[in-house]
Ligand binder design. Structure first.
Ligand SMILES: [Zn+2]
Length: 764
């Protein structure tokens, strides 16, 4: 028994928390205005901005101190579009920045009503975008962070004198209401509510049908002074009076009903204080299903016969109280329900075309007539549209300043494209790829969505040929990097410097015309699914050969969409990069050995061969012989160097060592040997030479390839110790430095050897 009571008690309490809080008096509302004006004084545009900002934050800037930054940052849109959603929407970096830019303008601007059309090709996910956006807006608006107030009248009927006969009056009222309802419903003319909300204390509660902000009820001629006094001594006063975003507080009028009721009450009661006691404020809650605050129309939703909503019960009650039925009319249109809220059209076709045209006419004229009265429409008007549906609204398309288009194209940020694959097919797909190859799949898809000629990039880079190891001739690979927010390492210092904010803006601006054709989001998932079902099940990881094979042989029809030469360039960039990785992994192992060699050499040049000495820097016991010098000098000068040039080199080194390095740098300045000029120069030479040649000995030794294959198997023990050490370091460095798995590291080494990449890039 107690458990039932407890459970019920808890349920009741939880539900109180969730349900609408009781209205607060005008005075309490004003207290709240003063204590947190930035929250309580927001119109729909400001709250929309705050909502986006609250969900996605400030964004991450990879180059925070870059003086040429255009603040093209990485926004994390997951809370807004992905979490708690049946169908996540993935906003790429370009679109996220566009959206943030839009809402910032909305917040800043002195608002004129506009229709914001999100224009995107089929399969770009725009309906998912709008649905998720509105769902989160609803959640936000109903939360404490997103709170806004709306006006509600609470009228004590006793103020108007004793009612003739309370009980019978209400029966008559109800009867009258029912009769009117009956009559009008059967004629299909109007939509009627017959309910008079009544508080427990006998007060009549009448919400503003247009969800007016309560502050608007203060007559405009008094507002400025009132607010000035309200914010006396507050730093917010300055903001309120100067920030364009708050202009609405001084400009907007309450709805016709509230305005009329206010005047009528003042006339009847002759006491503003009494009237202001009837003004209450409550949390403006959005409810998409009821169309309160948010209404979303699909093209197939047929129009209702009558747009005018009445509430005869309230009307009768008001007439009785005010005894002047001609002035105050509780009637409003459906648009009032989304005043200060969101009105959205899912696609502009069939019935939504009519809605769009109606909306456009209303906002162009600034006001809209409901029967005899005028109604304000101050809503966030959103629509999504396919480019092909532009024909439906072509009469407004070009010249209307009431329409703002925001492009919502296919994903052009390769990181987002990969995120979509992972979301659809599971995170573990990545494990089936060698590093970089999954991103390259995305690069192929994205290449079909970009323009092939980029004026902005050509103006900046000039001749694309100079980057042909890293980039295609159309510079699409460069553009893709920039769209992800990265400035590639391989750019020359000169080009890096030339990447001014003006150039950056031009490049990003090009994205506004891209992503409308090419492989759609929907199709790219189909293609990936097909690709992965073929190659994802193999024992071998997916590499670039397989990827190119798929596009050039299996999906030849796609080659028409992929720009000519793109796959070759992608392959070249990949090959060059992995070759560098393998080389570096071999070379890094040698780092300690290089230092030893140079220190021993610098020590040894002071002796004539052949002697054995202990090096003072390394404590190595060195046999200083001609062979010793030959070995190191061949690495410093190249194996083709003549004996004469080696001898000369050795003499110069010895001279510098004794005259400068030892006497001045080491003894006088207290530097260590590795900090000296000569050490640094020898090290540079050594590294350069060794990197170039590092693979040679292994490529010529077929044991090396087999040892890689047998790495970490019992057979590995059968190899020569030298090879075992090299292979082990190579594999481990690839894992540590370049995030390969052991299997991946083995496979990429074999890939480099089998494709003879060292020779392909020998001259580079
Ligand atoms: Zn109102």
């Amino acid at each position: 028994m107690n458990t039932v009571k407890n459970a019920l008690y808890n349920l009741n309490h939880k539900m109180i928390d969730c349900s609408r809080k009781p209205p607060v008096s005008f005075e309490a509302f004003l207290q709240d205005v003063v204590s947190r004006p930035q929250i309580v004084l927001r119109n729909i545009f400001q709250v929309f901005h705050d909502m986006i900002e609250w969900y996605i934050g400030d964004g991450f800037d990879e180059y925070p101190n870059d003086p040429e930054s255009i603040h093209y940052v990485n926004y994390d849109c997951s809370r807004l579009f992905e979490e708690e959603s049946d169908r996540p929407f993935f906003a790429d970096r370009l679109f996220a920045n566009r959206l943030v830019h839009l809402v910032e303008n909305m917040k800043r601007g002195s608002q004129q009503n506009k229709i914001y059309i999100f224009n995107g090709p089929p399969g770009c996910g725009k309906s998912t975008f709008l649905n998720n956006l509105l769902r989160k807006f609803e959640v936000y608006s109903n939360s404490e962070t997103g709170i806004r107030y709306e006006l509600v009248w609470r009228i004590n009927p006793h103020i108007f004198g004793p009612p003739p006969d309370n009980s019978s009056m209400s029966v008559i009222e109800q009867l009258a209401a029912l009769l009117t309802a009956e009559r009008q419903n059967s004629s299909g003319l109007t939509n009627i509510e017959t309910h008079v909300p009544q508080g427990a204390d006998g007060y009549i509660e009448i919400p503003c049908p247009s969800h007016d902000h309560p502050i608007l009820l203060i007559p405009r001629s008094y507002r400025e002074q009132f607010l000035s006094e309200l914010f006396e001594g507050s730093p917010f006063r300055e903001t309120l009076f100067t920030d364009k975003g708050y202009h609405w507080i001084f400009r907007d009028k309450p709805c016709t009903f509230c305005n009329a009721l206010y005047r009528s009450l003042l006339n009847t009661l002759k006491d503003p204080a009494l009237v202001h006691n009837m003004i209450w404020a409550r949390h403006y809650r959005f409810n998409r299903r009821l169309g309160e605050g948010i209404s979303v129309f699909n093209p197939g939703d047929s129009p209702v016969n009558n747009n005018v909503l009445h509430n005869p019960a309230i009307q009768t009650r008001l007439n009785t109280l005010l005894k002047s039925s001609t002035e105050v009319h509780y009637l409003y249109s459906r648009l009032a329900k989304t005043n200060n809220g969101v009105y959205a059209l899912m696609d502009i076709k069939s019935h939504n075309t009519d809605r769009f045209i109606e909306l456009h006419n209303i906002i162009s004229e600034g006001v809209h007539k409901v029967e005899d009265i005028e109604e304000n429409v101050n809503s966030l008007l959103l629509a999504i549209m396919n480019p092909e549906d532009q024909k439906n609204i072509k009469e407004f398309k070009s010249f209307s300043d009431r329409i703002e288009y925001i492009n919502i194209p296919y994903v052009m940020d390769i990181n987002t494209e990969v995120k979509i694959y992972k979301n659809t097919f599971g995170k573990q797909i990545e494990e089936r790829f060698l590093p970089r190859v999954l991103l390259n799949f995305a690069r192929v898809i994205v290449s079909t969505r970009l323009m092939t000629r980029s004026e902005a990039l050509l103006e900046w880079i000039g001749d694309p040929e100079k980057y042909n190891l890293y980039c295609d001739n159309n510079l699409q690979l460069l553009k893709m990097e920039i769209y992800t927010g990265l400035i590639p390492q391989w750019l020359s210092d000169d080009d890096r410097k030339k990447l001014t904010s003006k150039r950056r803006r031009r490049i990003i601006a090009e994205s506004d015309r891209e992503g409308v054709s090419g492989i759609s989001g929907r199709d790219s998932l189909k293609i990936f699914s097909e690709f992965f079902s073929i190659y994802g099940i193999h024992e071998k990881l997916i590499n670039m050969s397989v990827l190119c094979d798929f596009f050039t042989r299996k999906k030849r029809d796609l080659m028409q969409s992929i720009p000519g030469g793109f796959l070759d360039s992608l392959m070249r960039m990949y090959n060059y990069t992995v070759l560098q990785e393998v080389k570096e992994s071999l070379y890094y192992y040698n780092e300690r050995q290089i230092a030893r060699d140079i220190m021993n050499y610098l020590f040894a040049v002071n002796f004539e061969p052949s002697v054995t000495e202990v090096c003072t820097y390394t404590n190595d016991k060195i046999k200083i012989t001609d062979e010793f010098f030959d070995e190191i000098e061949s690495r410093l000068l190249g194996s083709a160097s003549s004996r004469a040039s080696r001898m000369e080199f050795r003499e110069i080194v010895q001279w510098e060592y004794t005259s400068k390095t030892l006497t001045q740098e080491i003894l006088l300045d207290g530097k260590s040997i590795t900090e000296t000029d000569i050490y640094r120069r020898l090290h540079e030479r050594y590294v350069q030479n060794i990197k170039e040649k590092v693979l040679d000995p292994f490529l010529e030794n077929s044991n090396f390839r087999r040892a890689i294959k047998d790495y970490n198997t019992p057979d590995f023990k059968t190899y020569d110790k030298r090879i075992r050490i090299d292979v082990k370091y190579l594999i481990r460095n690839l894992q540590r430095k370049f995030h390969y798995t052991e299997q991946g590291a083995k496979e990429v080494c074999i890939y480099v050897i089998d494709n003879d990449l060292a020779r392909t890039f020998a001259s580079r």
